[in-house]
Design a protein around this ligand. Structure first.
Ligand code: IMP
Ligand code: MG
Length: 178
């Protein structure tokens, strides 16, 4: 199995780019059916979702806009349990369908926090699309409308996800070796 080193940690290949691509195709197919008349505002949650959002957007064939928010909750290999908003949303979302694009739902703290903030702006509907979901780590009861892959509760990097800033550029996903 292919191994890489980032800073002080070793990682082994766990999800090859071909599996990611397949998950994106399936997700886009479902979205193309369900959202075609919604004219949604897609919201990419930076930093981790930049690669997922860019690849997914190329597979979407309905009218939509995209915007970006920047949130941070992770330090090193764990959630701090607090969500810092580093860049907010400029768009008006009242009465509009919003689709949050997240790289991974881990504890669920980030996505729940953002959904609560958006709710006060009275959107018509807020949907969540996440490439990855760690069911064993999730402490919040959030409805995930589109899930690419369910994964074990291990720390991963690649395809937008980082270990202290590194590894976001990797086309495949790797799991930490302990
Ligand atoms: P949550 O708030 O715990 O659900 O985590 C949300 C954010 O933490 C994600 O959007 C990621 O940016 C980051 N994160 C969660 N799990 C991992 C991981 O295994 N590797 C890298 N980043 C992660
Ligand atoms: Mg993220």
């Amino acid at each position: 199995m292919k191994r890489i080193q980032l800073l002080d940690k070793q990682f082994a290949l766990s999800i090859p780019a071909s599996d990611i691509k397949k998950a994106l195709w399936e997700m886009a197919e479902k979205m193309n059916k369900e959202l075609k008349d919604q004219n949604p505002l897609m919201i990419c949650i930076l930093n981790g979702s930049f690669m997922f959002s860019a690849d997914l957007m190329k597979l979407i064939d309905f009218p939509c806009e995209i915007s970006f928010v920047k949130l941070a909750s992770y330090e090193g290999m764990g959630s701090t349990g607090k969500v810092k908003q580093l860049i907010g949303l400029n768009e008006e979302i009242e009465g509009r369908t919003v689709v949050l694009l997240e790289d991974i739902v881990d504890t669920g703290v980030t996505i729940e926090n953002l959904m609560n903030q958006l709710d006060s702006q009275k959107p018509k509907d807020v949907k969540v699309a996440t490439l990855l979901f760690k069911p064993e780590a999730c402490k919040k009861n959030v409805k995930l409308d589109y899930v690419g892959l369910e994964i074990p509760n291990d720390f991963i990097v690649g395809y937008g996800l980082d270990y202290d800033g590194y590894g976001r550029n990797l086309p495949d996903i790797y799991t930490v070796i302990d």
